[in-house]
Design a protein around this ligand. Structure first.
Ligand SMILES: *Cc1c(COP(=O)(O)O)cnc(C)c1O
Length: 464
């Protein structure tokens, strides 16, 4: 069958533009139940070619009704996973080029643009020049990579050679830290029993005294404390650990200090946030996801590391297979040696497009605007005596609750989400259920937030 790519492209780009304009009209989350989509999909791949117009119709009729609209301005759940016009344009070009970016030779521009984009981000977020950067697929991968390098450095690169048996390593993070740390601990062969989840204080930040205690106890028991994660914006409530105190402990005990700034790190463009995060520049490694709050669609995770030599030593293959050797590029950066995967997507292009389309000023203004909107929401919540704020607001996430039981708060959340107009999620803070409202969408404005708050208030009235 003859398929007309140009015609299809025109139809798709027309649709993409309309979607961007109209996303606010879709229900934020799908009203479907489990299996609804599966039922409409044939059990086997088609024998014959399907015309694109039919494929596209099915996309609209089968797939779209089962989409959660993450780009809806009233998507206030989880953390945002923003995209933006320049990011979409870059991704279309990347898909057209279809390149693999494992080594310099497999696309010199991809490697060199990635190097420069990481320089730009390092500067944007006030990190010291000693840091080298690389783009990974997710914060989970970035943290795993940090952990593996820390493991190797702490054991003089023995585990890579002889395995984990016989080593007694211990790692530290707060009880509010992200689950990706547990995953990394499992994958790296450290064992969950050797991850110390230190309790938090009333601001959900790690208890420094208990951290210190845990480290001394471990040393006494013959452990080698080797890895510590500081939170710059926890997922539950965007709490920030005392990073300066943690950096000091890490230095004194020669523990690798990794900072998980996956969500809130993008805001390090703002001087106030740098103050709040004081100490972050003393880390050994840090991860920030531009695919959350910096208008680059998933995936794009910025990973910074101070000790590049140890990173390369951990991941570089001792014997490079002949088919991966290149005749003349041995001195070049080969990002396949900076992480887990061999093949890599060309992710730097969207960063380049986004940072130039908006400019640093435009990006910081947007982040400031998001923080201001959530400050305004906080005022409204505090003025309504039926509600209370559950945790200190550091960025653009407000955690709050009805002054009622957890059950009633869950009922409220269900009612809000069932409206299809607004989507929120929840967390537990000091054992109490709290609603999480993150205001960080690319297109969100004050009207969207006001409408959402009115819906929350009226839903609460109906419940009581
Ligand atoms: C989202 C998030 C992660 C995980 O990010 P992925 O890129 O999905 O792996 C890790 N830590 C924090 C604090 C996060 O908010």
């Amino acid at each position: 069958m003859q398929q007309d790519f140009k015609q299809a492209l025109a139809e798709v780009s027309e649709w993409m533009h309309a979607y961007q304009q109209n996303v606010v009209k879709y229900p934020v989350i799908s009203a479907l139940t489990g299996g609804d989509i599966l039922q409409q999909l044939p059990n086997f791949a088609p024998r014959d070619a399907t015309h694109f117009s039919d494929i596209f119709e099915d996309f609209k009729n089968i797939i779209l009704p089962g989409i959660t609209h993450w780009q809806h301005p009233q998507f206030f759940g989880y953390f945002p996973s923003n995209t933006s016009p320049p990011s979409v344009l870059a991704e279309m070009l990347v898909a057209s080029l279809g390149v693999q970016c494992m080594s310099w030779l497999t696309s010199p521009a991809a490697t060199e643009l990635e190097i420069r984009m990481m320089d730009w981000l390092r500067d944007l977020w006030g990190l010291p020049e000693a840091f080298s950067g690389v783009i990974q697929d997710s914060a989970s991968s970035s943290t795993l990579i940090a952990l593996l390098v820390a493991r190797e450095r702490a054991t003089l690169f023995q585990i890579n050679e002889t395995g984990v048996a016989g080593h007694k390593l211990s790692a530290y993070c707060s009880s509010e830290a992200h689950t990706s740390i547990e995953k990394a601990i499992k994958i790296a062969g450290i064992g969950l029993q050797h991850l110390r989840k230190i309790p938090v204080d009333e601001h959900q930040s790690i208890r420094i005294d208990l951290l210190q205690q845990a480290i001394s106890d471990d040393i006494e028991q013959g452990y080698t404390p080797f890895f510590m994660v500081g939170a710059l914006g926890t997922t539950g409530s965007t709490a920030v650990d005392d990073l300066a105190a943690m950096a000091q402990i890490a230095k004194a005990q020669q523990i690798w200090f990794h900072i998980d700034a996956a969500y809130a790190g993008s805001a390090l463009m703002l001087p106030k946030v740098r103050e709040l995060a004081a100490g972050y520049t003393d880390a050994d490694s840090m991860v920030v996801n531009p695919h959350k709050w910096l208008l680059c669609n998933f995936d794009c995770s910025a990973f910074f590391i101070r000790d590049k030599e140890s990173l390369l030593k951990t991941f570089t293959l001792g014997l490079i297979p002949e088919y991966l050797k290149s005749p003349n590029s041995t001195d070049q950066t080969n990002f396949m040696n900076w992480g887990v995967g061999l093949g890599r997507r060309f992710r730097a292009l969207k960063l380049w497009f986004v940072m130039r389309w908006y400019g640093v000023e435009g990006l910081s203004q947007l982040i400031r605007y998001h923080i201001d909107l959530s400050a305004e929401l906080e005022c409204w919540v505090r003025q309504d005596s039926h509600f209370e704020v559950s945790a200190k607001r550091n960025f653009n996430l407000l955690c709050f609750r009805l002054k009622a039981s957890d059950e009633i708060n869950l009922g409220l959340l269900r009612r809000i989400n069932a409206s299809g107009k607004v989507f929120m999620t929840h967390t537990k803070i000091n054992q109490q259920l709290a609603l999480r409202m993150v205001i960080g969408q690319t297109e969100v404005n004050q009207q969207h937030v006001r409408e959402a708050w009115q819906l929350i208030q009226s839903s609460a009235k109906d419940l009581m």
